[in-house]
Design a protein around this ligand. Structure first.
Ligand code: MG
Length: 122
């Protein structure tokens, strides 16, 4: 089972944590993939290596469905992202982790920021 990480708003939010996580997964013999919406591969690689060091592969996509397809293709069993709408297309057998940041959480209100497309209020 491999590990998948989003870059912006995820790795950038907590690089120390993801660097440690990456080392633990490496030791376990699993692969680490960074999947990003960015379009500049070299800049993405430079940022990933500066923040958490080398990973097995950096894959750039241009849609939510694109991320979900990579997650399936690369046998990613655990995936971190900061955009809840990303989780829609990810199969149930993949465990997902939502990273909190200023874009998806209102610290003043102390509530998540989501649209009714993303969240089902109870
Ligand atoms: Mg993100």
């Amino acid at each position: 089972m491999n590990l998948g990480l989003d870059l912006d708003g995820t790795i950038t939010e907590s690089p120390e944590y993801f660097a440690l996580l990456k080392k633990a997964w490496k030791r376990a013999g699993a692969k680490i993939f960074v999947i990003s919406y960015r379009s500049d591969y070299n800049k993405a690689k430079e940022d990933v290596e500066r923040l958490i060091g080398e990973v097995d592969e950096i894959i750039l996509v241009d849609s939510f469905e694109g991320k979900a397809a990579v997650i399936k293709e690369k046998h990613i069993g655990f995936y971190y992202d900061d955009q809840p709408e990303m989780m829609h297309n990810i199969p149930a057998e993949v465990q997902v982790f939502l990273v909190r940041n200023g874009g998806n959480f209102d610290y003043h209100d102390r509530r998540w920021v989501m649209s009714d497309k993303t969240a089902k209020l109870i």
